[in-house]
Design a protein around this ligand. Structure first.
Ligand code: SF4
Length: 84
């Protein structure tokens, strides 16, 4: 039996993004054109808009200063704006 190294927080089991491709929530490792990023983020934010734990997700991302991806319906720069 292997030990679990990652224990999700309670709210994460209710996340609307469970089962969704991570590729819409996180930028690719290669260059991404602005139009592609905007479309990708719009898709991710549409999922977040239906999420019952959006507030908890955003608070978590702000607390740990998550530098990447869409969390709580906000991208990296939008989170930096409200954190400053
Ligand atoms: S707010 Fe968005 S990123 Fe956060 S758990 Fe919900 S669907 Fe996932």
């Amino acid at each position: 039996m292997t030990a679990t190294l990652y224990a999700p927080e309670d709210w994460q089991v209710k996340a609307a993004c469970r089962g969704q491709p991570a590729a819409i929530f996180f930028a690719p490792t290669h260059f991404e054109r602005k139009e592609t990023r905007v479309a990708r983020e719009r898709q991710a934010k549409a999922v977040c808009a239906t999420c019952p734990v959006r507030r908890e997700c955003l608070e978590y991302a702000l607390r740990i200063r998550e530098p990447h991806g869409i969390w709580g319906g906000l991208n990296e720069s939008e989170r930096r704006e409200i954190a400053s």
